[in-house]
Every structure is written in structure tokens, then in C-alpha cells.
Design a protein around this ligand. Structure first.
Ligand SMILES: [Fe+2]
Ligand SMILES: [Fe+2]
Length: 397
């Protein structure tokens, strides 16, 4: 260590400089000499000394000012400084200590004492340098790992978004397939899912639930895939047997979606099963009444019927907006949950916007493929039950 150490000696008297020079050089130290305060400061910056031996009494800039400068500069503040003082300079020593001096040597300098102090301070400096290097290394490592983590997180998010897009696109097209035979566009599922989401938002169910119902509701009629064409496409009134087959689309839909590992698919299954139940118990397939019908079913019932009423079908004209609103209102407490109807009626302006295709309530089906603002509901198994309010049933209605 010693043969590498660099010592800066500062004294205005050349005799003193060379005396110390000759004491240190034979022991392997690299010695730099400065004969003024200004020169000392320049060399301290340029030669990165391990220890500085600093005379106090110098013309111009004295040792105190040099010391003050060294201890206030970021590059030199941790270099140990030994002040070289005359005999009995107690007040000088106190001032030097206050300014940050690390040690003292008394003139005339004793060779053994000089080497002992320099050796000890070189060790202190080496230890300090080691700690600084170690800290830098740690910081660099932390920075690298943080960068790698951030990168992995970004990749994960990207994969998550891609997966979400792929899944939503599949859901959308699968839902379209179910509507394909009796609907000529995907507009019904766009509108009814947005109506349902708008109602859920109005009922303060939280944005996660709102998004869940928005994405699950398009699958409400997926069970129609299992209804024979002769029934599904029959232009006239269905007879009793045909009607029973038609009603089965709820059960078929629920079984298609049954066993989903995620809350989201379970929500879609519940909607498929219960969207034709009626508040007074006269609906199908199970004739559930009141709050025994999961809230998701009660909400989608209003959304689905309202859209059916206001849509043109091969066998009927579209009802006017006002008339359809009247019917929904009139069926509150019989077909529909009064609280859901109340929420629906209170967002008339939003319903109009969705109907006209400028959805303000949530995301349109077309946006399924683009939106990345919110995570796909329950895309990962969740310890929470985010859609529990929608799935809840109570024994008393
Ligand atoms: Fe249906
Ligand atoms: Fe429908």
C-alpha cells in the first residue's frame, strides 16, 4: 500500500519541503511538493493525494485557508490533513481542529513520528476509498438490477396487454357468432354491454365491476349457438316446444362458460344463466325472484330488453326511445329490479349517447382491442372477489 501512496507536502520553505521529501521517498511514497497555498490547492486537485502535510505559517494564503478550502471541496474533503505547527501553538491547533484537521506534527519534524503518522493516515484513507468504491459498486448493482426489473415489468405488462387484447378479441368474435344468425351486426352486444356498464357505474359498484360487466355481458346469449336454427330463425311465433328449446339458451350459455377459472368468466356464466329471470319470479330458466337473482342478471335484463325494444328486427320495427323508456319504467317491480330501473332512468342522456354510438359510459366493443388503460378484470387468479356484488344473491327478496 505504502509504495502506491501519494503524499502532498506544503511549506513555503524549501528546506522543510526537501527534508520531508527525503524522509518519505526512501519508504516508497510518491511525494509532491507545493511551496504556496495556491500551488497546494492546484496539486490537491490534480494529484489526488492520500495524505496532505500542511504548514500553517505561509505568506499569502496560510495553512488555515488552505485547510478550509480542502475540507469544503468535495474532491479533497476526505483526504487526511496533518498540520505542521511550531512548538506550543495550542491556539493554532484548536483552530485547525475546528476546521477539520486530522492530525498534527510539531516542528522540527521527527522522522519516526512522521512515518508513523503518515502510515496510519494512509491506511485510514485507503479504508475510506475502499468503502466509497464498495458503495459505488453497490449503487451500480442496484441500478442495474432496478433497470432489469423495470424492463421485465414492462415486458410482463406488454405480454399482459397482448393477452388481454387476444382474449377480448376472441370474446367479441365468439359473442358475434352467437348473434350472427338473428342479428346482422355486432351492435346489439356493443349497446347492451355498455348500457349494463353504465347502470353498474350509476349504482356505484366500482370501476372494476363496471369493466367486468362491460366485458362479460356480450356473452349473455352465447347459448344461442346450441339452439336449433328452425327455432332460432323461425319467422313466426314459437310453439310451446320451440319456446322451451329457445329458453334453453340460458342454460346452454351458462354451461359453455361453466368452470371458468376466473371471476370474469364466472360472471359471464351467471349473466348468461340469469338475464331472462324476472323480479316477480315469472322469468326463466329457474323462475328466481327478487334479490335471489344475481345483480348481474338484474342489470343485464334491463340493458338487454331496452336494446331489443329499440332495435329493428325482421319481424318488427324499432320502438321509439321514449316508448321503450316508458315500458322499462312500467315493468319496474314486475320484470325488473326497481333499483336497477331507477339507476337506468337517471342516466337517460348516457343511454342516448350509447344508443347513438358515441359511448360515454364505458368502452365500446370496438375499443376492446385498443384499450389498455385498465387491467383485464381478474385476468390473473385473484384472492379478492371483485365481482362479488354482481354475483350476490340473498335468500329474502
Ligand atoms: Fe337471451
Ligand atoms: Fe341479447
Amino acid at each position: 500500500m505504502n509504495d502506491q501512496a501519494s503524499i502532498l507536502v506544503v511549506d513555503d520553505e524549501y528546506d522543510n519541503l526537501y527534508l520531508i521529501h527525503d524522509m518519505l521517498v526512501p519508504h516508497g511514497y510518491q511525494v509532491h511538493l507545493a511551496s504556496s497555498g495556491q500551488e497546494a490547492m492546484d496539486l490537491a486537485q490534480g494529484s489526488s493525494p492520500d495524505v496532505i502535510l500542511l504548514d500553517i505559517n505561509m505568506p499569502g494564503m496560510d495553512g488555515f485557508r488552505v485547510l478550509e478550502y480542502l475540507k469544503s471541496d468535495g474532491q479533497t474533503r476526505f483526504v487526511p490533513v496533518v498540520m505542521v505547527t511550531g512548538q506550543g501553538d495550542v491556539s493554532h491547533r484548536i483552530r485547525a481542529l475546528e476546521l477539520g484537521a486530522d492530525d498534527f506534527l510539531t516542528k522540527p519534524v521527527d522522522c519516526m513520528e512522521l512515518r508513523a503518522r503518515v502510515r496510519s493516515l494512509v491506511k485510514v484513507k485507503a479504508y475510506h476509498d475502499h468503502m466509497v468504491d464498495h458503495q459505488r459498486e453497490l449503487e451500480r448493482e442496484v441500478e442495474e438490477r432496478t433497470k432489469a426489473l423495470r424492463h421485465a415489468k414492462e415486458r410482463l405488462h406488454e405480454a399482459h396487454v397482448n393477452l388481454k387484447h387476444a382474449s377480448l378479441t376472441t370474446i367479441y368474435h365468439l359473442s358475434r357468432a352467437a348473434e350472427y344468425k338473428d342479428e346482422d351486426t355486432g351492435e346489439h352486444i356493443r349497446r347492451m354491454s355498455n348500457y349494463a356498464a353504465a347502470i353498474a357505474r350509476q349504482m356505484n359498484l366500482g370501476e372494476r365491476v363496471v369493466e367486468g360487466i362491460l366485458y362479460a355481458a356480450p356473452m349473455h346469449d352465447i347459448g344461442k349457438l346450441g339452439v336449433p336454427d328452425r327455432v332460432l330463425l323461425k319467422p313466426g311465433k314459437l310453439d310451446r316446444e320451440e319456446w322451451e328449446l329457445m329458453k334453453q339458451h340460458t342454460v346452454i350459455g351458462a354451461s359453455i362458460l361453466e368452470g371458468g377459472k376466473t371471476e370474469f368468466i364466472r360472471l359471464a356464466s351467471v349473466i348468461a344463466l340469469t338475464h331472462h329471470e324476472k323480479w316477480d319470479g315469472s322469468g326463466y330458466p329457474r323462475g328466481l325472484a327478487g334479490k335471489k337473482i344475481p345483480l348481474a342478471g338484474r342489470i343485464t335484463a334491463v340493458a338487454d330488453v331496452f336494446d331489443a325494444l329499440t332495435s329493428k328486427r325482421p319481424y318488427k320495427e324499432a320502438m321509439t326511445f321514449e316508448k321503450a323508456m316508458e315500458i322499462i319504467k312500467g315493468e319496474s317491480g314486475s320484470h325488473f329490479d326497481p333499483e336497477v330501473v331507477e339507476a337506468f332512468l337517471s342516466i337517460e342522456d348516457i343511454i342516448v349517447q350509447i344508443k347513438e354510438g358515441s359511448s360515454a359510459s364505458g368502452l365500446s366493443v370496438a375499443e376492446f382491442q385498443e384499450d389498455t388503460r385498465v387491467p383485464f378484470p381478474d385476468f390473473h387468479p385473484s384472492p379478492h372477489q371483485p365481482f362479488s356484488p354482481l354475483l350476490r344473491v340473498t335468500t329474502k327478496s
